[in-house]
Design a protein around this ligand. Structure first.
Ligand SMILES: CC(=O)N[C@H]1[C@@H](OP(=O)(O)O)O[C@H](CO)[C@@H](O)[C@@H]1O
Ligand SMILES: [Mg+2]
Length: 580
């Protein structure tokens, strides 16, 4: 403890540079801290102090700090902290982050830092290492200066990667802390690792040599309905910037037509475009011409989410969201394991927002075959298990670790695949000794999928490569993919209430425990609708209560959502206009 107090004067003078104006109470929630950027300087400065301390605690492991507000409006900004294997910040330190962000004065900040050091037995001898990245927002540079001031109070080694996507920073952190086993902490290594495995798999997927005749014609006889042409909606953010670099690495394997890539005009960031806009409004992005059956790919403002979409000849809109990606990927990986002859437990993790029919599709249609050798060969059918966890990537990521291969996606398009270390090694070993051609090919494909996956966190670029690999191998157009199952019509609504903290939920947020009486009311409403399902939960990122409803028709889903929203409004002191 004394060793920490020695430098207190120095620390205090550092903290004085960024006083808390006391305008707002912050919470380190499901996605770090976000708010209007004007009021964030002291928060970012304090997160700089905290991230340095976390690195000292972890004996100089690199810890990441991303300055971003993802899909939020352009005037917002925020931070996400990244732990050494590229995972989200440990939840016990989220509590410290919240307390520090809200500390009233400099002495309190100082005392809290010393307390954290004391509580965690942190040895001051370690030099912290902090990795920093930021998205394209104007406020990013100013907030970076605040972070650097905090980080330097502990004489940290700092690596500022400039403007990068959130998943890139997660990847870099993991690379450094695994001594290069996962790759190198550089953009070049990121692109080559992911893209080279994509290119290798593409060559394997097609026996014929694929080549481009011109920009829009892909000449290949055995790809059936698959088209490598993508209309890319970059949300006018960092995802667009980085896709332009990726295109160079992709060479001729994909044809990517760029849209919403005006990153110089930050007014346009996330404005009526990008993954969150498309998913929330269930309509195509603006800022581009929408042609029937073209394949649209939208990412969000920090490129950790992705959704696909298209319209038909009648301009009817179809969304292929995180649920679709998860089922597509789960089916493909399951098939590869069957072909490889390896017995592996593949599981899927969803949240209550996942469409009921996606869950049904996985449980009814995707079946893992376990081969048991008795006297004869017997096939035992076992379903791909689906787990449901509360909203928030950290919960999905954690649960996915329970499986040999865990696939997780939020419906909004954030997700990835996790391979257990032992499974990774098993696949590589088996591949090195396998003599049967079909099995060997399946194992090689699995290795490509592992290497093109950014396992640290959802990554729009990595997810796009995986989806394109599967579609290409299946020979599917985007509408073929859509035909695998039909979504139950659904509606998302929100209601502002006097105090959303009075809400309590259970059973992975599918049941509302408080306010008392609300769940009974929801149950009685849902009973009136064929295939009805509805739940309510307080948002972790906005001051609203969210309502989800699905039913047999869109009209019924809309009606159900309004009825439940009205019940929330009436029972929980709704604010503003009563839902209608
Ligand atoms: C319905 C929905 O999409 N909720 C989103 C949203 O959380 P809320 O707690 O619902 O505000 O933001 C989170 C962070 O980006 C994301 O993880 C989550 O899926
Ligand atoms: Mg995001």
């Amino acid at each position: 403890m004394d060793e920490w107090i020695e430098n207190i004067v120095e620390l205090e003078s550092n903290i004085e540079s960024y006083p808390n104006p006391g305008i707002k109470v912050f919470q380190y929630g499901t996605s770090g801290i976000r708010y209007n950027s004007e009021h964030l300087d002291h928060v970012l400065h304090r997160m700089g102090l905290l991230v340095a301390l976390r690195s000292i605690h972890l004996k100089s492991a690199a810890v990441g700090l991303m300055i971003t507000a993802s899909h939020n409006p352009r005037d917002d900004n925020g931070i996400k902290l990244i732990d050494p294997l590229g995972e989200m910040l440990d939840s016990s330190w989220e509590v410290y982050a919240t307390k520090l962000a809200n500390a009233h004065n400099n002495q309190d900040v100082c005392a809290m830092l010393i307390n954290i050091a004391y509580e965690n037995n942190i040895d001051k001898k370690y030099i912290p290492r902090v990795y920093i990245g930021r998205d394209t927002r104007n406020s990013g540079k100013r907030l970076l200066d605040a972070v650097l001031c905090g980080v330097k109070a502990f004489n940290s080694n700092v690596e500022d990667f400039g403007i990068i996507t959130t998943p890139m920073l997660h990847f870099f952190v993991r690379c450094y802390n695994t001594n290069g086993l996962y790759g190198q902490p550089s953009e070049h290594s990121y692109y080559t690792k992911l893209t080279n495995s994509f290119k290798t798999l593409r060559k394997m997927a097609s026996k014929l040599h694929t080549y481009l005749i011109d920009k829009n014609i892909f000449a290949c006889l055995d790809l059936k309905n698959y088209s490598p042409v993508i209309e890319f909606d970059g949300a006018n953010g960092v995802g667009a910037l980085k896709m332009k670099d990726a295109i160079i690495h992709l060479e001729e394997t994909l044809v990517i037509n760029m849209h919403n890539d005006d990153i110089m005009n930050t007014e346009k960031l996330n404005y009526k475009c990008g993954a969150d806009f498309v998913k929330s409004n269930q309509c195509p992005p603006t800022g581009m011409t929408i042609k029937p059956y073209s394949k649209y790919v939208s990412v969000d403002g920090d490129a950790d989410r992705i959704v696909y979409s298209f319209v038909d000849e009648n301009n009817k809109f179809y969304l292929l969201d995180g649920d679709r990606i998860a089922t597509l990927v789960a089916g493909y990986i399951k098939d590869l394991f069957i072909a490889s002859g390896l017995d592996v437990n593949v599981g899927l993790v969803q949240t209550a927002y996942s469409n009921g029919n996606s869950t049904k599709y996985v449980t009814d249609k995707l079946i893992t075959y376990y081969k048991i050798l008795l006297l004869a060969i017997v096939y035992v059918l076992q379903k791909v298990p689906v787990a449901c966890v509360p909203t928030g990537v950290k919960y999905l990521h954690h649960k996915a670790n329970d499986y040999d291969v865990g696939i997780y996606f939020e419906a909004n398009g954030h997700g990835t695949i996790l391979f257990k270390d032992a499974i990774r090694e098993l696949i590589r070993y088996q591949c090195s000794i396998e003599v049967e051609e079909a099995k060997s090919l399946a194992l090689k494909k699995l290795i490509c999928i592992m290497d093109m996956t950014n396992e640290t966190v959802g990554d729009a670029y990595s997810d796009m490569l995986i989806v394109e690999s599967v579609l290409c191998e299946r020979g599917w157009s985007i509408s073929d993919w859509y035909k695998t199952y039909s979504d139950l019509p659904n509606r998302l609504k929100q209601v502002t209430v006097k105090d959303r903290n009075t809400f309590e939920t259970g059973d992975a947020e599918r049941i509302c425990l408080k306010p008392l009486g609300l769940q009974e009311k929801i149950n009685s409403i849902v009973l009136k609708y064929s295939m009805g399902r509805s739940f309510v939960r307080p948002s972790g990122t906005e001051d609203v209560v969210r309502i989800y409803a699905e039913a047999d028709t869109q009209t019924n889903a809309d009606k159900l959502a309004v009825e439940v929203a009205t019940a929330v409004y009436d029972i929980a002191d709704g604010v503003g206009k009563r839902p209608e």
